[in-house]
Design a protein. Structure first.
Length: 119
């Protein structure tokens, strides 16, 4: 499984972006997550979703603004980001857990996509 994030770009504060994650292998039985790494900071959790999409989890910093979703038919995961803030600027990574829930750490990581939010 090789997740690949896309959809990043430059956006003004208050704007929206939708990130997409495509995987080389089937991810329908895996929980999936989005993580981000801001310049000079460690990578941090942003959002996660169970294999069937029933349950989700969000970092407090993005709760109410970001929405994670998935389409198991198309083997895709999405992160809708609204009301973006300059502090959301980071490289965003999609990751696959090897379980149906997101209790453990992700195992498969792909290249990230850069999101830059200007003030």
């Amino acid at each position: 499984v090789q997740p690949q994030a896309s959809g990043g770009g430059l956006v003004q504060a208050g704007g929206s972006l939708r990130l997409s994650c495509a995987a080389s292998g089937r991810i329908s039985t895996y929980a999936m997550g989005w993580f981000r790494q801001a310049p000079g900071k460690e990578r941090e959790f942003a959002a996660a979703i169970t294999y069937g999409g029933v349950s989700t989890s969000y970092a407090d910093s993005v709760k109410g603004r970001f929405t994670i979703s998935r389409d198991n038919v198309d083997n895709m995961v999405y992160l809708q980001m609204n009301s973006l803030k300059p502090e959301d600027t980071a490289v965003y990574y999609c990751a696959a857990y090897t379980s149906r829930t997101y209790n453990a750490r992700p195992v498969y990581w792909g290249r990230g996509t850069l999101v830059t939010v200007s003030s």
